[in-house]
Design a protein around this ligand. Structure first.
Ligand code: 5RP
Length: 221
């Protein structure tokens, strides 16, 4: 899978043009892309990136990619990000790395969203991967009870035995949506729960998916 991630990542940087303002996603596939992008920057490519997480900010900054904020950048030319799952309708589950909120904000503010993934991420039906939901800490108990009531088997994400906190100091609750047919309706219902900040369902956001498959890259658009 690492080879497929690397192949997709290396293909993605071919979409980058001089002068672009880029969204930089989060995750291991994106890290391959950042390494490839840094090599192009070292050779003179002029771009500026808006990182979607502190983790990405550190890596891209250390590798010499010029960075800015979303406030400074406004609308981004191209956003390159990974996914935990995608289906044939370009619907994604994201947030395995806990960066879903900033990732979705960046995706929404980008002209083109390019998703890079290995072939294990392609699914017929979303939901084998648990759906991450970002929640304000104050609302934790109420949101957990509501999600339990919805039969989504919520689990508060932990890290080293403590609640995982996002870059925005929120919590993540992972839920099981495999039994759900209408994910658009589900997303709407989830977003109506007070305290839910964002879900990892990325609907109508992906424009192109580059999927590593063995030593090739398949382009879906
Ligand atoms: C982080 C994400 C990642 O894009 C997703 O988890 C995929 O990660 P990886 O490339 O490591 O498989 O949404 O919040």
């Amino acid at each position: 899978m690492e080879l497929e991630k690397k192949k997709a990542a290396e293909e993605a940087v071919k979409w980058v043009k001089n002068g672009m303002v880029l969204g930089l996603g989060t995750g291991s596939t994106v890290e391959f892309m950042i390494q490839a992008l840094a090599k192009l920057v070292a050779k003179g490519l002029q771009v500026v990136g808006v990182p979607s997480s502190e983790r990405t900010k550190e890596l891209a900054g250390n590798l010499g990619i010029p960075l800015t904020t979303l406030d400074e950048a406004g609308i981004l030319d191209l956003n390159i990000d990974g996914a935990d799952e995608f289906d044939s309708n370009f619907r994604l589950i994201k947030g395995g790395g806990g960066a879903l909120l900033r990732e979705k904000i960046i995706a929404f503010n980008s002209k083109v969203n390019l998703i890079i993934a290995d072939s294990t991420k392609q699914v017929e039906k979303l939901g084998k991967f648990k759906l991450p939901i970002e929640v304000i800490p104050f609302a934790k108990k109420g949101v957990l009870m509501k999600l339990e009531h919805m039969n989504l088997h919520p689990v508060l994400r932990l890290q080293s035995g403590k609640p995982f906190t996002t870059d925005e100091n929120n919590l993540v609750i992972d839920v099981d949506i495999f039994a759900i047919e209408d994910v658009e309706a589900l997303n709407h219902t989830l977003m109506e729960i007070p305290g839910v900040v964002e879900t990892g369902l990325f609907l109508n956001l992906a424009d192109v998916i580059l999927m590593g498959k063995d030593s090739k890259v398949l382009v879906f658009e």
